[in-house]
Design a protein around this ligand. Structure first.
Ligand SMILES: NC(=O)C1=CN([C@@H]2O[C@H](COP(=O)(O)OP(=O)(O)OC[C@H]3O[C@@H](n4cnc5c(N)ncnc54)[C@H](O)[C@@H]3O)[C@@H](O)[C@H]2O)C=CC1
Length: 396
């Protein structure tokens, strides 16, 4: 019932929260657009919890979330305030269906969720966030940069994962970006950032930060990590989706696989194949690796490269035995994932971190704005709160 009025419930929730606890407002993004995103994230996160109530993955997910929320300075008082406002918003949206029994069940559910999250936060031995100094910023054209960072403490990172990032230049705003390597001997890691139109943090990271200044990093996350199960591997990267794939390749090179590895790198133009020297060096050094780079025909739209990739993949095979790792824009992952299934790839062996939201064509949210990587990730699995037609089927 609340789902049908999700937009209203989310607005009510934040108004209630900030009215009763004005001091909490400062922990949330200042801009209206970023608050809009925040509202979606709340329901995406709740969807995830509710869709996984019976799943073994729920508790580990909540613990991760709890540890991660320390970077938002969330303590017991904030959890209590959020719980009160959340239940008030649900009561408002559910109307007469909000019976005393339902209210009790939700209060209990929230108590459990918040309890698991705060306990994990208290027990964590990791810092709440990592301060990371920008050691170097390498621009590749107008829209792309690779930032070399030195975190102040070791990062528990597995190749293929991403971190959330925040800068004092855009307060209370966190976005996820992938790292292109496991920490080097000196602790440094590379953050690959593509500027999105109107994206305030990505614009600052690509064009407006200086070596010596600090960023904040959240704990590494994501499941695009190597499964070494003896099957041949296909890696497919588009744009800065190259970053996690690069990290996976480095890991493969450290313990060369018995099976062949095919790598497909897709970019909007030749200039955006920004790591070409690395790719060429790997192709020359390792007999187990076959590389194909794909760009659109000159003058064509960037998405045409995805069509070209489809043609190339159609001539490869067999797919059933492959482990496939996919990384790139959400729309790209959706299209290429469907194509691979059509070509016979095993659906459980096509790995990626992002899931397209049904009904939100063009990689855009309900208000026409682009969805961030974190939102794609959080909205997994995919019942979409703002589109009743796309709701998950009810369990019998
Ligand atoms: N683990 C992951 O899946 C990761 C995902 N990303 C995401 O990858 C994206 C990278 O952005 P950019 O480097 O600016 O990429 P981009 O916009 O330059 O696109 C690169 C290629 O992706 C394909 N593509 C882009 N938009 C498409 C569309 N609407 N439909 C079909 N294919 C499309 C095209 O082949 C294009 O040439 C960001 O959205 C980022 O969030 C980044 C790192 C890791």
């Amino acid at each position: 019932m609340v789902e049908r009025r999700a937009e209203h419930a989310a607005r009510f929730f934040y108004s209630h929260l900030f009215w009763h606890h004005p001091e909490i407002r400062g922990l949330f993004p200042a801009s209206a657009e970023d608050m809009e995103r925040q509202r979606d994230r709340l329901f995406a996160a709740l969807t995830h919890v509710i869709a996984h109530l019976d799943s073994e993955s729920l508790l580990p997910h909540l613990r991760d979330l709890g540890r991660d929320h320390r970077k938002f300075l969330a303590g017991p008082e904030q959890y209590a305030a959020v719980g009160t406002s959340l239940l008030a918003a649900f009561a408002e949206a559910a109307g007469e269906a909000w019976t005393p029994a339902v209210a009790r069940a939700w209060a209990e559910a929230y108590r459990v969720i918040a309890g698991v999250m705060t306990a994990a936060a208290e027990q964590s031995e990791d810092p709440p966030w990592w301060d990371a100094e920008i050691v170097r910023r390498l621009r590749h054209g107008q829209d792309l940069a690779v930032l070399t960072l030195r975190p102040h403490a070791p990062l528990g990172y597995r190749p293929g994962q991403y971190v959330s990032v925040s800068s004092d230049r855009v307060p209370a705003t966190w976005r996820t970006y992938s790292l292109g390597n496991a920490p080097r001997a000196d602790g440094t890691v590379d953050l690959h950032v593509s500027r999105i139109e109107g994206g305030r943090l990505s614009t600052v990271l690509v064009a407006g930060t200086d070596p010596g200044e600090l960023l904040r990093l959240g704990a590494p996350g994501g499941g695009l990590t190597l499964r070494r199960e003896g099957r041949p591997v296909t890696l497919i990267a588009a744009g800065t989706g190259w970053a996690p794939v690069r990290a996976l390749l480095e890991e493969l090179a450290q313990h060369p696989p018995d099976q062949s590895v095919r790598l497909f790198v897709v970019a909007r133009d030749a200039a955006h194949l920004y790591d070409r020297p690395f790719i060429d060096a790997y192709a020359a050094a390792f007999g187990w690796l076959a590389v194909t780079c794909i760009t659109p025909a000159p003058g064509r739209h960037r998405a045409e490269a995805t069509g070209r990739l489809a043609t190339v993949l159609g001539h490869q095979g067999p797919w059933w035995e492959q482990d496939v790792y996919l990384s790139g824009p959400a729309q790209f992952i959706g299209e290429t994932g469907r194509l691979l299934e059509g070509l016979g790839a095993h659906p459980a062996r096509v790995f990626h971190d992002t899931v397209p939201v049904p009904g939100a064509g063009g990689g855009h949210g309900p208000n026409g704005r682009p969805l961030g990587f974190g939102e794609w990730f959080l909205s997994r699995p995919s019942p979409h709160w703002h589109n009743p037609a796309a709701r998950a089927p009810r369990r019998p």
